[in-house]
Design a protein around this ligand. Structure first.
Ligand code: HEM
Length: 197
């Protein structure tokens, strides 16, 4: 992105744009293809909220998603999540992970109750994730709500203090070993550190 054209945003608070390129406060420390193709190389990343009124230039990649209503959580799970979760952007949360994910056609061919059975009854995504709160903060962005032609279905984004680095590795390893992840067709794992540059 050129220094002379800082992108500006307006409206649509649920829309987030993740921009990989040469600028942004997050320094990319690694970008690994967990499954399928990786992303083009980028030195830095920034996260923009709202509709882009002036799109960024000179980017390596740009991915968009919207926050949305929950699809799977029960009332009891929601109560546990709300009691433990914290917002992104704590001053001590200098580490982040940006993990775009695409699920395969078999996942989307299932009904909602079938997906919930895989996601929680058999893979325990929420029960596993809850153990890592409040150390890890998270936000889930849906891409399919913007159309099905994009490269990913979900943009997952997390931040955490340095003291949680090992815990975060344990969390992603646990989730990737589940039945839910058999339906993941593409996943890229981008790790970042905040230096505010
Ligand atoms: C920090 C702990 C975590 C917690 C508490 C957590 C919790 C949740 C919850 C509650 C949902 C369902 C939202 C709904 O009802 O629609 C969800 C969805 C999802 N999470 Fe996590 N999660 C965590 C970590 C992760 C990690 C590390 C990844 C990626 C490696 C991930 C990837 C996803 C994806 C892709 C979905 C969407 C699933 C779908 O709709 O098919 N989560 N998570």
């Amino acid at each position: 992105m050129s220094l002379t054209s800082t992108p500006t945003t307006s409206g649509s608070d649920r829309l987030y744009t993740f921009v990989g390129g040469k600028s942004g406060p997050w320094k990319v420390t690694s970008c690994l293809p967990v499954k399928g193709d990786t992303l083009p190389p980028a030195d830095r990343m920034e996260v923009l909220q709202g509709t882009l009124t002036s799109p960024p230039h000179d980017t390596s990649w740009m991915l968009q998603g919207v926050t949305s209503n929950e699809r799977y959580v029960t009332r009891d799970e929601k109560t546990q999540l709300v009691a433990r979760q914290v917002a992104l952007g704590r001053p001590e949360a200098r580490c982040a992970a940006f993990i775009p994910i695409r699920k395969n056609a078999a996942w989307w061919a299932m009904t909602q109750d079938e997906r919930r059975a895989v996601f929680e009854d058999r893979s325990h995504h929420i029960q596993t994730g809850l153990k890592y709160l409040p150390g890890v903060a998270r936000r889930l962005h849906h891409c399919r709500d913007l159309g099905e032609q994009g490269p990913f279905d979900f943009l997952t984004y997390f931040d955490y203090p340095q003291t949680e680095i090992t815990a975060f590795e344990d969390l992603v390893a646990a989730l990737r070993a589940t039945e839910e992840w058999k339906y993941v067709g593409r996943e890229v794992d981008v790790r970042l550190v905040w230096d505010g540059a």
